[in-house]
Design a protein. Sequence first.
Length: 229
Amino acid sequence: MSLSKISVIWIMAAGFSLLLSGCSMPGQSHSSAPVQETTHKKEPTSTSKAKEKSKQGKESEPTQIYLDPNPSAGSARAMPGVTLHLSVNDLRAQRFLLSIHQEGKEQAKLITSANNVRQAIYKAVETNLKDRGITLSDDAPNDLIIDIVALRSQAEQKTLSYVAIDQVILKATFKSEHRKVVRQYTASRRSTGSLKVDISQQQNQLNQTLNAVLTGLLTDHKLLDQDKS
């Protein structure tokens, strides 16, 4: 074989080797790009989901207490033909419904009412009186005045438990042409729990305590009985 033929074969082999090398390089670069992009996207997605769950958890925690009294005064006697002027006054110096005192902290966490306390009590009493046949009117000769003296729950939060005490005090005044009666109704309730104070549970218990006081008021024959005796 002549030298010229050997040179041509060597040149062709070298060119073919370079061609194969050039084709493989883009393939390696293309395969690495998607891996980096996928890893980069997963990180912020996971973080944003964690933030979203944390935000939803905070929003789901109740920050106020809703009062919805529904006293049971079915045993009270009917009083058809009686006309009353009903009024409810809120005499509380502090209007929050729940105070949470954390062990080791001076400042207490205060939970307020989600609705108007005076209106909630007025509506409950109004419904009960009407069910007994009593007519409510601004021009009535008889007055029933209910004063909210105390209505709140106080919780002592410790590391792994808490103790809560409810207190409800209502004063009722009945005035007519012949007589005036002033009576006070009180109820308290103590509850305990593990871990953190459950605001929803305290809401239910405070409503139960309020119902007990209103039931006592509405079934008290010495308050609403129209006999002079």
